[in-house]
Design a protein around this ligand. Structure first.
Ligand code: SOE
Length: 410
């Protein structure tokens, strides 16, 4: 059995004649939307990437024994636990993958790291800066013992986004002047949509801000290689009471009861900001953009070129080269499916395209490679903490509306 942090020892490969690659036991907590997509990633990563170790889906953990057993059977997990402490203690688990709501991230991640297990944790890293700090401290201490932690900002692993980051790092955009980022969804426009966990501060920490705003903050910081130093924000809760949810999974909800509860998180968050390299930025995260389903959009304007991306057309990156004569210049579409593009070569022939789930496969693959090589995985818990600090600053700014200037019409 592999000792976490050390090089795992080879184990038998069920169903294969091999067993030549060391085994890496995965234990996952949570099996709703994120659990399902992570399961798919653990299954597909070794099939499409030549990994130095062999991830084994050892055990799935959830509170309901029946529900967890059904999910484990459906998604390919070998065993079931109903207490995450038991999952962490299992000898056949080397990696703990946390797919639960934010209120339990800190507890599970810190315990797992202290037990010498590598941790992959869903975003946002935590519900508060204090929790995120404790997690980042635990991750730094664990790293000194060869135990790794990564926060699951999956959109970094969209080939087009990774390509944009590569071009910025190569200097092709010149000096970055503007970052324009939006994350637009519309799944809670209906006032009868129930109060699912993503709409409850106690469980989710915040609303659209932490759930999807965190993604565009991380994506913008990742592509530019810079961080936000200042923000000024507006948030709004358009629908302040909703039917209490009886069940919820993913973005679909079960039946809402007649009883209602207060929505104590933001429905939408808008903010402007300044980046460490001097760029001015605007961010918009909303669940009320009717017609927009999962539009993570980002445009970056540099002195030499610009890039633009929309997740709803995730295989495309738009590029404007400002050095071209004005008569020829303009945004052109790059189809990011060539073997030379990040991640794309592992999949289908050019033009055959990838989807949402591939970003998680790439994430898992990068994490496994980091664990096997001993390199620090990215984004680290420190990166997650940096995003958490931006979220907190946005909330502080939105709570202090004294600096909002009234428009004088007369
Ligand atoms: C729900 O808003 C959600 O599933 C987010 O939680 C995910 O992080 C994002 O990828 C899609 O939308």
């Amino acid at each position: 059995e592999a000792t976490p942090g050390s090089t795992p020892t080879p184990g038998p490969a069920p169903g294969t004649a091999g067993g030549e690659r060391p085994r890496l036991g995965i234990g996952m907590v949570g099996y709703a939307f994120m659990g399902r997509v992570h399961s798919q990633a653990w299954r597909s990563a070794p099939a499409f990437f030549d990994l130095p170790v062999r991830p084994v889906m050892a055990a799935l953990c959830g509170r309901s024994a029946e529900g967890t057993a059904r999910a484990a059977e459906q998604m390919g997990w070998a065993a079931v636990e109903t207490d995450w402490r038991e999952l962490i203690a299992r000898e056949d688990v080397d990696v703990v993958d946390i797919c639960t709501p934010g209120d339990s991230h800190a507890r599970i991640a810190i315990a797992a790291l202290e037990a010498g297990k590598h941790v992959l944790c869903e975003k946002p890293l935590a519900n508060t800066v204090a929790e995120a700090e404790a997690m980042a401290d635990a991750a730094r201490a664990a790293a000194a013992r060869g135990v790794h932690a990564m926060v699951a900002f999956n959109y970094r692993r969209v080939p087009a986004i990774a390509l944009a980051a590569r071009w910025v790092a190569e200097g092709r955009l010149g000096e970055i002047r503007h970052v324009r980022a939006q994350y637009l969804q519309d799944w809670i426009v209906d006032p009868d949509f129930p109060l699912v966990w993503r709409l409850r501060r106690e469980l989710a920490g915040s609303g659209a801000l932490g759930d999807i705003g965190a993604h565009i903050i991380d994506t913008a910081q990742f592509i530019t290689g810079q961080h936000l130093t200042q923000v000024s924000a507006l948030t709004e809760t358009f629908i302040t009471r909703r039917p209490l949810a009886e069940t919820s999974a993913g973005l679909s909800a079960g039946v809402g009861g007649a009883e209602t509860g207060e929505v104590d998180v933001d429905d939408a968050a808008l903010f402007i900001g300044r980046f460490s390299g001097g760029a001015l930025a605007s961010f918009e995260a909303t669940r009320f953009a009717t017609g927009r389903k999962n539009a993570l959009r980002i445009e970056i304007n540099g002195s030499a070129a610009s890039v633009a991306f929309d997740f709803e057309a995730m295989n495309e990156l738009w590029f404007h080269d400002h050095a071209l004569p004005a008569e020829e210049a303009g945004f052109r579409r790059v189809l990011v499916t060539e073997p030379g593009h990040p991640y794309a070569g592992a999949w289908w022939p050019p033009g055959h395209g990838l989807g949402y789930e591939h970003t998680f496969t790439h994430e898992v693959k990068d994490f496994v490679q980091a664990i096997a090589s001993g390199a620090a995985p990215s984004p680290s818990f420190d990166d997650g903490l940096r995003v958490q600090r931006v979220l907190a600053a946005v909330e502080r700014s939105a709570a202090d509306q004294s600096r909002l200037t009234a428009v004088r019409q007369t």
